[in-house]
Write a protein that binds this ligand. Structure first.
Ligand code: C2E
Ligand code: CA
Ligand code: CA
Length: 605
């Protein structure tokens, strides 16, 4: 039976009534007299027992649950959700305890759920955090890589131009603050690298550049900087140098290292380096100026025949500025068509008359007048403008020759020779272009000779055999120019489909007054006979040279002794002087006319 709270409070009536009865007995002796003393004691004991029982009952039903509730609540308050409330369900507090227990159970479930959610979230957060940390470190790595890439050459791993310039600028500032802080810049260019790259392929070329970078590093002190500027250009920053000799020693050491053979893909590659040196001086305001001077000196080293080191001197700068101006002018000349073709007669040794012309380019410079190839051809080759010039000369010479062929069908003029540079020769559309010019100008193709210098063959023998054959198939003739200067391999020479060679004028000019020193020419003649090709001796300037050449069976002669190169007008005049018969005229017979023509053009040549 459940005892409600209200009922439990009514229980308190028993002790109160008993108390009142005891008090009555005590206060009113008449009542006490009714019972014997034992009766009073018994009554008193019964009443006391009822009182105590009621109080215990009251305590158990009312006070104890409240105390338990209080303890449990405070435990829960302290976070101990396992603290249940153990109160009999037969009590009004029992219901409270049950709902309390339910509540704590719900709370516990919620807490567990909350804990699992928190655990899950914590795990997620930990993972996210780890990912974030990973991302941050990856980004940092990427940034570092970017930073590294921005300042290093991807092929060799060496510092690049940007880093080099930065260090150079820093050193310059340092040296301005502390006067005794000398340093030098070396500009290095690998000689003939293009040939290696073109012939052995870019992979070998790349490997060679890496190997060169390593050799440079190994020949320097740890504090020095080696940078690759791209292509085959390297720059070196030497610190703590005592004097110029010190730098020259380093340059020599570098050259010795680079001279040693490189073993690459079963190829043994030999190369050299041209080095320009510039020492720090108070004149330098910025790092670009030092580098520019080292670069200028390097160009001088190239011009000196490569494989050497040149120290920058002040005069070189003026020269470089002039060179730059020439380059700019040359570009303009191409746009403005400032080139003209001159023709140098070639004399037949058999017919003794002018039998052909060699077309030679001239530049009508607006300020400097008529310029010769020696003044600009090297820049034209370096800048690639030579391709344009050669094409212009070829077209012009062919159209001129075609005109002459139609105008003077009876003349002894049989051919026109045109020079083709290395660059032009390696143009993939060369054969197509030549064919186009022949068709457009309507020149008799048998009368066109193309001259290629011997060096082209040395640099690219295999590729050339194919191009030579194609050109020859068109019907034109091929001559090797400046023969004897390039040390071309005899094995290749025999395989090349050529029609003739031109003995370099240096051999002709070595012939002495008594006809001595013509052994080399003799050997070349024998070789030509063996190869069954024609020979032109060029650069004949004296009667002695001619007399000596006459003893050898040379097909054609060319040189100032006969004619200097003349413009088309004078060349035409010369054709007109020859008799209009199939029998060619002796050039000597026309010496009178020749003299008048020559004196006419003397100022031009
Ligand atoms: P090259 O092909 O060997 O041409 C002959 C050069 O020798 C010409 O010089 C000519 O004037 C010169 N010469 C001829 N006979 C004598 C002589 O008896 N004594 C002396 N001292 N010189 C003589 P030029 O016209 O100054 O041409 C120089 C070089 O420039 C040419 O040498 C040729 O390699 C190159 N060149 C000229 N025109 C062209 C062109 O249209 N294209 C290309 N790629 N190169 C050209
Ligand atoms: Ca020539
Ligand atoms: Ca020549």
């Amino acid at each position: 039976m459940k005892l409600s709270l209200k009922k439990s409070f009514t229980l308190l009536i028993f002790p109160i009534v008993a108390l009142i009865a005891i008090l009555c007995i005590a206060v009113f002796p008449s009542i006490r007299n009714i019972w014997s003393d034992w009766g009073v004691i018994v009554f008193f004991l019964i009443v006391s027992a009822i009182c105590i029982g009621s109080l215990i009952f009251f305590y158990r039903k009312t006070i104890r649950p409240v105390l338990k509730l209080k303890t449990a609540t405070s435990k829960i308050g302290d976070g101990d959700l396992d603290a249940g409330l153990n109160i009999s369900s037969e009590n009004e507090h029992g219901e409270l305890a049950q709902s309390f227990n339910r509540m704590t159970k719900t709370l516990k479930i919620s807490r567990d759920e909350l804990e699992s959610v928190v655990r899950k979230r914590t795990l997620e957060l930990t993972i996210t955090n780890e990912k974030l940390l990973q991302e941050i470190s990856e980004r940092k790595r990427a940034e570092e890589q970017l930073q590294y890439d921005a300042f290093h050459d991807s092929l060799t791993g060496l510092p690049n131009r940007a880093l080099f310039m930065d260090r150079l600028a820093h050193l310059l500032i340092l040296s301005k603050r502390r006067l005794n802080h000398p340093f030098a810049v070396l500009f290095l260019d690998v000689d003939r690298f293009k040939i290696i790259n073109d012939s052995l392929g870019h992979t070998v070329g790349d490997q060679l550049l890496i190997a060169i970078g390593q050799r440079l590093l190994s020949s320097l002190k740890p504090g020095d900087t080696v940078a690759r500027f791209g292509g085959d250009e390297f720059a070196i920053l030497l610190e703590d140098i005592s004097d110029l000799n010190n730098i020259l020693n380093v340059a020599e050491r570098i050259q010795m290292e680079i001279c040693k053979p490189f073993n690459m893909n079963n190829f043994e590659i030999f190369t050299t380096a041209s080095i320009g040196l510039a020492m720090n001086s108070t004149d330098y305001e910025n790092p670009e100026q030092i580098l520019r001077d080292a670069d200028i000196a390097m160009y001088q080293a190239k011009a000196k025949g490569k494989s050497c080191a040149v120290v920058f001197e002040k005069g070189m700068h003026t020269m470089a500025v002039e060179l730059l101006k020439l380059e700019t002018d040359l570009r303009k000349a191409v746009e403005r068509n400032e080139f003209v073709v001159y023709y140098q007669p070639v004399v037949s040794s058999i017919a003794n008359c002018v039998i052909g012309y060699e077309a030679l380019v001239r530049w009508k410079h607006p300020e400097r007048g008529l310029l010769y190839p020696g003044d600009f051809i090297h820049i034209a080759e370096e800048t690639g403008l030579i391709v344009f010039i050669d094409r212009f000369v070829l077209r012009e010479a062919c159209s001129q020759m075609s005109k002459w062929q139609r105008q003077f069908p009876q003349s002894a003029l049989k051919f026109i020779s045109v020079n083709i540079s290395n660059k032009q020769f390696l143009q993939p559309d060369l054969v197509e272009y030549v064919t186009g010019v022949i068709n457009e100008t309507n020149i008799d193709k048998k009368s066109l000779k193309i001259e290629i210098t011997e060096n082209v063959i040395i640099e690219n023998p295999e590729a050339l055999i194919e191009i030579f054959s194609q050109l020859r198939n068109i019907g034109i003739q091929l001559y090797i120019d400046d023969f004897g200067t390039g040390y071309s391999s005899l094995s290749y020479l025999h395989r090349l489909p050529i029609d003739g060679i031109k003995i370099d004028r240096s051999f002709i000019q070595r012939i002495g007054n008594k006809g001595e020193n013509h052994e080399i020419i003799k050997t070349i003649m024998l070789l030509a006979q063996d190869m069954n090709v024609d020979v032109i001796a060029e650069g004949i300037e004296t009667e002695n040279q001619l007399a000596s050449i006459k003893t050898l069976k040379c097909d054609y002669w060319q040189g100032f002794l006969f004619f200097k190169p003349v413009d088309s007008e004078h060349a035409e005049a010369l054709i007109k002087t020859a008799p209009n018969t199939n029998k060619p005229a002796d050039y000597n017979l026309h010496s009178q006319q020749k003299k008048s023509i020559i004196s006419d053009i003397a100022s031009d040549v």
